[in-house]
Each structure stands twice: as C-alpha cells, then as structure tokens.
Design a protein around this ligand. Structure first.
Ligand SMILES: Cc1cc2nc3c(=O)[nH]c(=O)nc-3n(C[C@H](O)[C@H](O)[C@H](O)COP(=O)(O)OP(=O)(O)OC[C@H]3O[C@@H](n4cnc5c(N)ncnc54)[C@H](O)[C@@H]3O)c2cc1C
Length: 415
C-alpha cells in the first residue's frame, strides 16, 4: 500500500535540501524528478555560497547598466534574439520592479532575512549530512579592472557593512598576493575572508539525496504532469503512468516550476537566465578561493576536478539551442584575468537560472491552496539559498509564520 507523503517535485539543490529539511521535521517525504538528482542547473554552478549578496539584482543601478551591457557583445549580459518576444513581458516587469523604490526595499529586506538564514542553514546541513569534505572556507575575492567599476560597487558594500559583513578593500598588489597569477592590470579587489565554496556542486546534491534515501526518504524518477485536487487541497501528484498520494506538495522544479503552478491556478513568470561553465584541467592554479572579475560577471572557482570558469547571463526562452560562443568567451575572460592559468578544456555546460522578474525567489505556501508550498526562482543564488529555503518551508508546514520580510517572496504575488 502506498502511504501519503510530502511530495517534493524537483531534485535540484533546492528540492533536495528541502526534502532533507522536511525529513528532519519528521515527515515521510518523496522526492520526484524527471531526471537524475542534481543534473539540471544545480550541476554546474560556480559553487559559491554568496551570503554577502544582500542586494537583489532588480534595482536602478542594474537597470542603468543594461543598455551598455547589451551593446558589448563580449559583456556579462546578452539576450538570445529569437527569444525576445517571449522575454518582453518579463523584461517590462523587471524594469518596473527595478525602478520601484518600494520593490527594491522589499528585495533588500527579504534578502537580508534569507541570507541570515542561509548562513545558519548551510552550517547545520554540512554537519547533519556530513558534507564537510565538499566545502572549503577560503574566502572569496572580487577583482576590478578600473577604479570606476570599483566605485560602482560602493552601494552594495555600504549595505554589506551595515549588515555586519566583513570584507577588506585591497589594492592590485594585495589582490595578486591573495590570488597569485592575477593580471597586473587589476587595480582593486574586495576580499571576503569568510567566503565559502563547494568544490563539487553536483556531489553536494547527490550526497544530500543519498543521505535522504539512507534516512528513509524515497527518491522517484518521473515527470509530474498533473495534480488531483479536493477543493483547496492537492491529494495526489500525477506522473506519466502512476499517481503519488500526497499529504502536501512542494514545487521546486527550477525554471520549469511555472508549468506546474499554471496547473494549480497561479503564475510563476520565470525565464531562463542561461549561464555557462567550462572546466579546465588544473594548470598553474595557485589560488584556492573563488575569484570574480566583477565587471565581467563570472567566477573562477578551483574545484575538485579542475578549474571552473562559470557565469555571465544570456536571457532566453525555454528549449533554445545553446550559444556555445558564450562558453568560449568565458575562457577568453579567464586568460585576460589570469594570463598563464587554465589548462586544457575538459568539458563545457549550459544551465538555466530560474529567475522571476523581481529577482526574489518564491518561498512559502501557494495562493489559495492549503497544502502546496513553493521553493523556486532562486536565480543566481540557488545554491546559497537552498538549505534556507528547505528550513523555511519545513517551518511553515509546521504552522510557523515566516519572518515578515519574506512576505515579499510570497508565491502568490504574480497572481
Ligand atoms: C553559470 C551559473 C553559475 C552559478 N553560480 C552560482 C553560485 O556560485 N552560487 C549560487 O548560490 N548559485 C549559483 N547559480 C545558481 C544556481 O545554480 C541555481 O539557482 C540553482 O541550481 C537552482 O536550483 P533548483 O533546484 O531550483 O533548480 P534545478 O537544479 O534546475 O532543479 C530543478 C529540477 O526539477 C526537475 N523538474 C523540472 N520539471 C519537472 C517535472 N515536471 N517533474 C519532475 N521533475 C521536474 C528537473 O529535472 C531538475 O532536476 C549559478 C547558476 C549558473 C547557471
């Protein structure tokens, strides 16, 4: 006989961490994915636990930079041209959110609350699931190629300072000491001594999924295609040729979450902010921390299997062919920042950051449904916020109120 359990849809980092949190809260949990755990966006990120990112991307300064970024074909942002008709409504909503002082304030407050939770949540999960081997606390370094770009980061640094973040502003020489091999043209750096990263993001997901199964959780392969409802409750989740009885449901399906919320009568206007990575065989890598050339919008992260160069943004509609020249660009950027570092390319990858137009994730109970919860829309910081999301959803399921600032992440805000 199949018993009712909490069904978590999506075994990326967000769904898997949420399944773990719910399991610890005493629920019987089934984690369902159409593919293998951790093989979608959570596979190839830059591995950085970005708890110091307290400013949402939807803000006036980002918007101001957009035209210039779009004109630079080698820049950190591009739009997949055939996708423009699909993207326009999202872009308009983004512009409105970025220009509204009230929305920006909500973004800052909710990010403050989320990042504070993330800090605690990762430490707890690393302990609970024995993930210590997969993480390094080596700090992180943002580097700047011009004074103007460095000054451009002042607003975020002020906020970080106000929130108690520790960082050190360094000159080019000190940056080169921290990350040997950095190019001589780097003029400034901001060093975050408490920065943490994983050396294998994929293994973090698979280890969490293994621990979940060892502790009695069920991992099932299957595409969710529908829901059985009884009034405002979902009683079962429909897969292609079976049904899973549900005590509650968590939607954590990354970029595809909108397809599921539509079936349940609410909107999740997600687009894919596509990013790329290239893995290089270690060659002359003499630094141990993630390094991010701020103007170019990517990370260089030393990982277990080599050096990962990951990032930049390509807005696109779903299911479009990759633009692999964006991956070539990452390698060119690396050579500019660390001449002589890199090695032979081992593999390349594309992933879809699940992004809502106000750049706040959707966390919490779904509108008009009593037993459906959400955890999607984590855009650039899904790894960072995964364990926090899990804990918050588990608490809400127990009847606890979420912190007031997280009303801004209400999944019902898009109707
Ligand atoms: C280049 C790049 C660099 C990044 N660097 C960082 C970083 O350094 N730090 C950070 O915090 N974040 C980073 N991110 C962001 C982070 O990777 C994402 O926010 C995160 O992986 C999203 O996780 P997810 O679990 O929501 O989605 P996913 O990992 O995409 O998982 C969703 C899962 O849902 C499943 N699914 C979808 N539809 C269905 C369905 N109908 N039925 C069943 N299963 C379904 C999919 O198969 C998939 O496994 C980066 C992203 C990119 C692209």
């Amino acid at each position: 006989m199949t018993t009712e359990s909490v069904i978590v849809i999506g075994a990326g980092i967000v769904g898997t961490a949420t399944a773990r949190a719910l399991q610890r809260a005493g629920h019987a949990v089934t984690l369902v994915d159409s593919g293998e755990p951790g093989k979608a966006t959570s596979y190839g990120n830059a591995g950085f636990i970005a708890i110091d990112h307290v400013l949402p991307l939807a803000r006036p300064s980002t918007l101001k930079r957009v035209p210039q970024m779009l004109m630079d074909r080698t820049g950190p942002l591009t739009v997949h041209r055939p996708s423009i008709p699909h993207l326009l409504p999202w872009m308009a909503r983004f512009a409105l959110a970025a220009y509204s002082q009230a929305e920006v304030r909500k973004g800052m407050d909710s990010f403050g609350a989320l990042m504070a939770e993330a800090n605690v949540a990762w430490q707890a999960e690393i302990q609970a699931s024995g993930l210590g081997e997969l993480f390094r606390s080596r700090g992180a370094l943002y580097v700047y190629e011009s004074e103007a770009a460095f000054q451009g980061g002042a607003e975020e640094r002020e906020l970080q300072k106000a929130k108690g973040t520790t960082f050190e502003i360094v000159d080019g020489n000190r940056a080169r000491e921290l990350a040997p091999g950095l190019s001589s043209h780097i003029v400034r750096g901001v060093y975050y001594p408490h920065g943490m990263h994983t050396i294998n993001p994929y293994k973090v997901v698979t280890t969490l999924a293994e621990r979940f199964a060892e502790d009695g959780g069920s991992v099932q392969r299957g595409r969710v295609r529908g829901f059985v409802r009884d009034g405002n409750r979902v009683t079962a989740v429909q897969l292609t040729d079976s049904e899973l009885p549900a005590k509650a449901v968590v939607i954590a399906a990354g970029r595809a979450s909108g397809e599921l919320t539509r079936l349940l009568g609410f909107n999740a206007p997600l687009v894919a902010e596509r990013g790329y990575h290239v893995m290089l065989a270690p060659d002359n890598v003499r630094f141990e921390m993630p390094v991010s050339p701020a103007e170019r919008g990517f990370f260089i992260t030393p990982m277990a299997e080599g050096l990962r160069v990951a990032g930049t943004v390509e807005l696109a509609a779903p299911h479009q062919p990759p633009s692999w020249h964006r991956a070539d660009l990452l390698v060119q950027h690396l050579r500019a920042i660390f001449p002589g570092v890199g090695g032979v390319e081992q593999s390349r990858w594309i992933g879809e950051r699940p992004s809502l137009p106000d750049f706040r994730p959707a966390i919490g109970r779904a509108p008009r449904l009593s037993n459906v919860y959400c955890g999607y829309g984590h855009q650039h910081v899904g790894l960072t916020l995964a364990t926090a999301t899990g804990r918050l959803v588990a608490r809400q399921m127990e009847g606890e109120e979420l912190p007031a600032a997280l009303a801004a992440c209400d999944p019902g805000r898009f109707g």
